[in-house]
Design a protein around this ligand. Structure first.
Ligand code: NAD
Length: 485
């Protein structure tokens, strides 16, 4: 038995409800594929409405008790889960590479990052704060307390199969909420393994359920129309996020939305160009470009554009493409054939409207959903590739002359998640960071995510923050108690 088979045979493939596995009520299953070969890795249980109701029944049964569990105890369970994920880092990393495709070193990075949300929020659980003051009139006291919002539904994407889950599970459990996770259809295995690890860490049955499904709306719909559910937290595309916001109105659910991005990466004429190239490699090529924070538009001062573009092209052309589990791979396959076609169409349209291909520019022949690491220069600003999320290993470069022009170009999008700026001027860094319409700005760095910092977008990139001291607030209600005394 290969180490792949040994790992896959140890991962749960049933629905995870009440601390254990079970078949779906309808008995259905769906396949999970390796995007590097198209081969089937596993068949997992396919949840439908009765399973969703069973998971919510189970969450509601234990919600009150979990909320009343001492914060220190909730913290200890989260800490134990962090330890177990860390101890099994290689299993989690290989599993993510198998079902999602990213290069193994990147999966290892995600395990460390994703697990850290469990440790960070274990430290936040005992620090949930209230407030006590005398009313300004002197008539009575104002007591403000925090309470868990109640049972939550988390819907996660495939691009970071572990971290997009732990970023929600960590704060929810720390706050005293129960949670049902609906992972993406392409990558349910990582979340099922995490659920098993939580049970091993001592999490009481019912507090966390995982419902893989091939028909997401059939599971989320009944949950969101059930008055017992109190919150939906979603990471995924803006189109699906809009639908969920609409659906959340019927029960007036709390919502957290981490949606699409279209990050500008601005290189000013006073930047350290080599540092900017390093940053662009990380901001553009991390996760094969399949990241909501990915640099979607490289906006480069015309005076340094050729130097930047030729150095970046040299680095990108040298990247090794292959299955993520092969030694030396830097860029794995895209998640599906559909995703690869979407990247190919964006590139073809940009080239037809005048963009110049500096390297790459086509799918890779053979099995799997590989696309050549690509650099496009002189990309017309009206191209679709400038307006839409690429979600692939394609760097699209445009030029500018003045700072105002760069800021206007960066803000010319409905999205507002991440932005990056490269300059050696502190004044300019702060002035431009203030002017950018985005929830996060990286200054002279290409990676900004940190479990200790609030991650979130503005405009159509979302609502709310994950991580930092802000993250737990998304799972807490504020209660005011008026004291006559
Ligand atoms: P997606 O919106 O297609 O799917 C995300 C999740 O929603 C999946 O679990 C899917 O099964 C589920 N879903 C799809 N349709 C649904 C419906 N009608 N009702 C309920 N659930 C439904 O997105 P994706 O392709 O999996 O992920 C890529 C997107 O996620 C990109 O737009 C990316 O920018 C975004 N993303 C955002 C962040 C962030 O933090 N802002 C992080 C990672 C990814």
């Amino acid at each position: 038995m290969s180490n792949f088979d040994a790992l896959l045979s140890s991962v749960p493939t049933g629905l995870w409800i009440d601390g254990g596995q079970s078949d779906a009520a309808g008995g259905g299953e769906f396949d999970v594929h390796d995007p590097a070969t198209g081969d089937v890795l596993a068949s997992v249980a396919d949840a439908t409405e009765p399973d969703a109701v069973r998971a919510l029944d189970s969450a509601c049964r234990v919600q009150r008790e979990w909320a009343a569990t001492a914060p220190r105890q909730r913290a200890e369970i989260l800490r134990a889960a962090w330890q177990l994920v860390t101890d099994r880092a290689e299993d989690f990393a290989l599993l993510m590479t198998l079902e999602m495709g990213k290069a193994l070193p990147e999966s290892r990075g995600e395990v460390a990052y994703g697990a850290e949300f469990l440790r960070w929020f274990s430290e936040e659980a005992p620090r949930i704060q209230g407030r006590y003051t005398t009313a300004p009139s002197g008539n009575g006291r104002i007591l403000v307390t925090k309470a868990p919002v109640g049972p939550c539904l988390a819907i996660t994407p495939w691009n970071f199969p572990l971290a997009m889950g732990t970023r929600k599970i960590g704060p929810a459990l720390a706050a005293g909420c129960t949670m049902i996770v609906k992972p993406a259809e392409a990558t349910p295995l990582t979340m099922l393994l995490l659920a098993q690890v939580f049970t091993e860490a001592g999490l009481p049955d019912g507090v966390l359920s995982v419902l893989p499904t091939s028909s997401p709306a059939e599971v989320s719909g009944p949950l969101m129309s059930d008055p017992r559910l109190r919150k939906v937290t979603f990471t995924g595309s803006t189109a699906v996020g809009r639908k969920l916001i609409e659906q959340s109105a019927s029960q007036v659910l709390r919502v957290s939305m981490e949606l699409g991005g279209n990050a500008p990466f601005i290189v000013f004429d006073d930047a350290d160009v080599d540092a900017a190239v390093d940053g662009a490699m990380a901001a553009k090529m991390r996760n094969g470009g399949e990241a909501c924070t990915a640099a979607n538009r490289l906006i480069v001062a015309n005076s340094v554009r050729e130097e930047f573009t030729s150095k970046l092209t040299e680095r990108i052309a040298a990247m090794r493409v292959g299955p993520g589990y092969e030694e030396g791979t830097q860029i794995g396959p895209l998640i599906t054939q559909k995703q690869r076609s979407s990247v190919a169409e964006l590139v073809e349209e940009a080239v037809a409207s005048g963009a110049r291909v500096r390297t790459g520019g086509a799918p890779v022949d053979g099995p799997g959903w590989f696309y050549q690491p690509t650099v496009l220069d002189d990309v017309p600003v009206e191209s679709r590739i400038v307006a839409e999320e690429i979600f692939g290993p394609v760097a699209a470069i445009t030029g500018f002359d003045t700072e105002d022009e760069a800021i206007a170009a960066a803000n010319a999008t409905e999205f507002g998640l991440a932005a990056y700026i490269y300059t050696q001027s502190l004044d300019r860094s702060l002035r431009v960071a203030d002017a950018l319409e985005s929830g996060m700005v990286g200054v002279n760095r290409g990676v900004i995510s940190d479990p200790a910092a609030p991650f979130g977008g503005v405009k159509q990139s979302g609502l709310g923050s994950e991580g930092g001291t802000e993250g737990i607030e998304e799972y807490l209600e504020t209660k005011y108690i008026a004291l006559e005394s």
